[in-house]
Write a protein that binds this ligand. Sequence first.
Ligand code: C5P
Length: 202
Amino acid sequence: GLKFTVAIDGPAAAGKGTISKAVAAHFGFAHLDTGLLYRAVGAKVLNGMDALKAAQTLEPVDLDSDDLRNPDVAQAASRVAVNSDVRTALVAFQRQFAARVGGAVLDGRDIGTVICVDADVKLFVTASSSKRAQRRMDELNAKGMGLTFAAVLEDVEARDKRDSERATAPLKPADDAVMLDTTDLTADAAIARAISLVAVAR
Ligand code: C5P
């Protein structure tokens, strides 16, 4: 197949992961959750490593740990993500992934605006912050975490604020992104909408 890139951006827990995985599976594309890169760097910083050093030496195996899903790692990720040198260190890996033959879906905050400005399809996935916190709480508590709604909402809103207000690659829709508000959509409905947008572009 040919090179085909789908960029999926949006705030925390809007449904990017669910949609990205389903689009990738449907079309046989590879999927990269770019948040994992920042989470892996954040986790290393929590373990005492320098952020830039962590970004420059990141390896695929670093993306495998289950602990990367924890809210404290998410916060650390959003703090290291403000650092433009850290971001620069992670660009080549993401662009190489996007350039692979056979198609790729990348999800994150700056895929449509910075990493893959020429993506074939750009989606910006949103939902109300309370819906997003509810979904993220259900997801994490299904893994036995026992988090309160208030704690998850605080995490989501703090990250959105930091991600949107930073100087480098802030969270915002690309001018040519299609907006997808999942507040009142089931996962299946959101997936169907995303698949049809990709199908049209293909
Ligand atoms: O997507 P996820 O919530 O796992 O991302 C964790 C954090 O990593 C985000 O809050 C954001 O600060 C950062 N991030 C980013 N750019 C990306 C992906 C994630 O700045 N492309």
